[in-house]
Design a protein around this ligand. Sequence first.
Ligand code: AMP
Ligand code: MG
Length: 328
Amino acid sequence: MKTLIIPSDQIPEAAAVIRRGGLVVFPTETVYGLGASAFNPVACTRIFTAKGRPSDNPLIVHIASWEQLDEVASEVSPEARQLAQAFWPGPLSLVLPKNPNVPDIVTAGLPTVAVRWPSNADAQKLLLEAGVPIAAPSANVSGAPSPTNFEMAKSAMLGRVEAILQGDDAEIGLESTIVAFPGGVPKVLRPGAVTVEQIAAVLSVDPESLPYQVPSEGRPVSPGLKYTHYKPEAEVQLFSQSAELLAWYQDDRKIGVLVLEGNLPENIPSAWEVLKFADWESYAKYLYASFHEMDEACCGLILAQLPPANGVGRAIANRLGKAAGKAV
Ligand code: AMP
Ligand code: MG
């Protein structure tokens, strides 16, 4: 398939592709999305094919107005509304009872729909110009890290979609925080840049009550949670203290290191590719781009520093754990 590259001053052209039932890759503040009209089941089915995504893994529906919220959700509880008012537009997805307008393919047959109002200006223009909510997972092949810049999105999706909207690098670089209300109780299904601590403050609840524990039996509240995500081709190993790096000095693979500035031992092997970050926010922002860069550089092993599990660190630790195939 021929893929059109659309510059960000020609968003109406991308919106026309959405309205015609086409697939458009577009920038958001979290990661690049792979979008289709949320009301077009044929177009949404093509999202799953383009990504190689299992059909039981539901999509997030993107909106850019309160009217669009009512088009996709049938009910918004007071707690959900409080969170929407506090964090939208922004990197928070809310799982709400679905409006019958939303095709089953979007929600993988669930009675609920995940909804997000992105803050990225290009994404908002695309949504308003298209005039329909846009269902969009991340624009990567299923299981690989999400694209956080135009080049990554292009290398993942060229030839698989009608158009790619060329925008800026994602500001946050990690997928949205997902909040659901199983049994009416707020739960964070996936941590993100809107933190557990911020959500707890808005809802006046204990932050410890928010993280969702996947039950060992019964139907999972979020089918996507069972899939391995975010994995580069290289093996990923995690470390907390710089001294732990010593264990890898004799390893003969090409090694990449992701570390916060000031946390490296002095005598690390000169062949190692080291990426240093000023703080955890920029570590999050460039995490997936670093994975991509290290895969391109044929690293066999990536050693990634694990953040403390609070604030955005919780989201980074969650993605690193999945990339390393470990619970952290
Ligand atoms: P992404 O892969 O970033 O598009 O994120 C989509 C994830 O959102 C899925 O893998 C699910 O875990 C979650 N999700 C989407 N819709 C629902 C829903 N209706 N109920 C629970 N979780 C959902
Ligand atoms: Mg994804």
